[in-house]
Design a protein around this ligand. Sequence first.
Ligand code: COA
Length: 160
Amino acid sequence: MAKVIYPGTFDPVTNGHIDIVYRAVELFDEVIVTVARNPSKTILFSVDERVEMLKESFKDLKKVTVDSFDGLVVDHARNLNAIGIIRGLRAISDFEYEFQMALMNRKLAGEITTILLMPHAKYTYLNSTIVRNLAQFHGDISEFVPPHVFERLKKKFGYK
Ligand code: COA
């Protein structure tokens, strides 16, 4: 059973993250999408809200489960007996940070492999901050997030 985790802040989950998960389920037996409980970022949605949105997004994928974690990502991977950590690589600008994180995680836990997957090119400029910024000004983000996430953002930002 090849089990991997896909960690992130997911504030909120976007179609780019979903694209990565669809690629990961083609390769692995089980994919655990895991929400960082204490990221070094200002957060819009609570952990519970982020987990709920992820669960809704992957309700049709039997190989996917959703949880959350505190502390080091490699400790969480070890606790779950995962063989690897999935990360998305959108552009060359992501590379240096992902490379550094992958090597540090390898130093901490040599048995856990980082796997970098590229989303579809149409998502290379997407991130959760851009989605939140557009939503703040009531922009149309229907291309970037699933409808249920758009609904939550509409409520948060009082779209008319
Ligand atoms: N589609 C759309 N957006 C994507 C994406 C994709 N395929 N892949 C990445 N992104 C976005 C994310 O939404 C995020 O956007 P944001 O900054 O607007 O929130 C950004 O790209 C990536 O941010 P990053 O900080 O790299 O990742 P993250 O916030 O998703 O998750 C953790 C980082 C939580 C995995 C990492 O900090 C961690 O492991 N923390 C635990 C502590 C630890 O173990 N530290 C040691 C690591 S060496």
